[in-house]
Design a binder for this molecule. Structure first.
Ligand code: SER
Length: 318
């Protein structure tokens, strides 16, 4: 029987992953935590507690008291926000990971850790198309530097202390339940919300800047499958490249127009355009596909249909 701790359960990934894990492991075995209030389905569907991952003493007590066997550490400051307060972002992103790795090393019950890496580990000297798993990595953002350093620490803890850390380099994640905040790929969520609410969107990237994206349901499946794979089949303990579709704002806009013909998009690129240009437009995820036959289900057509339908539903309910 697993007891799972989700850190960052109110965030874009956590708010969906927690529910998926509760379906598999039982409501009472998945402990949702965050520093901010979570949605009612997270709070009422199983254990939920306000908890700050930066507080290593409280965290280790929590882990011991609830006999935690797996930790999903999803809390982070995203790329755009991190550029505004670099040292604080570095401190939060790195120290939270180090707290979790140390606890996994010290507490015997903890068998596995999941920590999300990102396409931000790549940089201006990385090939932007079909970016290989292993390539030049010289990230130029604080967020990217913290993710690359984090990957190295994950592997270090695996090799030195046998901590079974697993990780995915998420591309932009498209979801309707919880909006992301402060990221460079956020436009791919904002565009759908604004299409429904206003019929128009002003994009902070240029129209033809492609980025790799993945629909949340595919991301959750990939994550859970990765955590369930037998240790011996794992190829690496850093981050696996994965993606669903490679799309630009003008391509998403064209897809939205199939449902909302009058949809208008304008462009006002900001500092995130420069960040996007240092990240891949697509990644080679053959390693992830190979090790457990994972593949994404959602293409842009399906993503657009679901996003517009679910956001319309949410808007009429509120
Ligand atoms: N979605 C993240 C960001 O844009 C990338 O991992 O910061």
């Amino acid at each position: 029987m697993e007891n799972i701790l989700v850190i960052g359960a109110a965030g874009q990934i956590g708010s969906e992953l927690t529910l998926a894990l509760r379906k598999i492991h039982g409501n009472n075995h998945v402990f949702a935590t965050d520093i901010k209030d979570a949605s009612s389905d997270i709070k009422n569907g199983g254990p939920y507690q306000l908890l700050d991952v930066m507080d290593d003493k409280l965290l280790i007590h929590f882990v011991i008291r609830h006999k935690i066997t797996q930790i999903y550490h999803l809390a982070a400051v995203l790329s755009g926000n991190a550029e505004k307060l670099p040292l604080q972002a570095w401190h939060i992103n790195m120290n939270s990971l180090m707290n979790v790795l140390e606890i996994a090393k010290l507490v015997e019950d903890v068998k596995k850790v999941f920590w999300p890496s990102s396409i931000a580990v790549f940089g201006p000297s990385t090939p932007r198309k079909q970016t290989p798993q292993l390539t030049t990595m010289e990230p130029s953002t604080v967020y990217g530097i913290s993710k690359l350093a984090g990957e190295r620490w994950c592997e270090y803890y695996f090799k030195k202390y046998d901590v079974d850390v697993r990780s995915i380099r998420y591309p932009g994640l498209i979801s309707y339940k919880t909006e992301p905040g402060g990221g460079t790929t956020d436009w791919a969520v904002e565009i759908y919300y604004d299409a429904v609410r206003k019929g128009s969107y002003t994009c902070f990237l240029k129209k033809d800047t492609k980025q790799p994206m993945l629909f949340m349901e595919d991301a959750i499946n990939a994550t859970i499958r990765l955590m369930e794979v037998n240790n011996k089949r794992l190829k690496l303990h850093t981050g696996y490249n994965i993606m669903g579709v490679s799309v630009s704002p003008e391509e998403v806009a064209a897809e939205i127009r199939k449902h909302i013909p009058g949809f208008k998009i304008s462009y006002a690129p900001d500092f995130r355009q420069d960040i996007a240009m240092t990240w891949p437009e697509s990644v080679d995820d053959s390693l992830a596909r190979m090790h457990d036959d994972w593949k994404p289900y959602y293409d842009l057509n399906r993503i657009t249909e679901i996003m517009l339908m679910q956001i319309k539903k949410k808007e009429t309910e509120t």
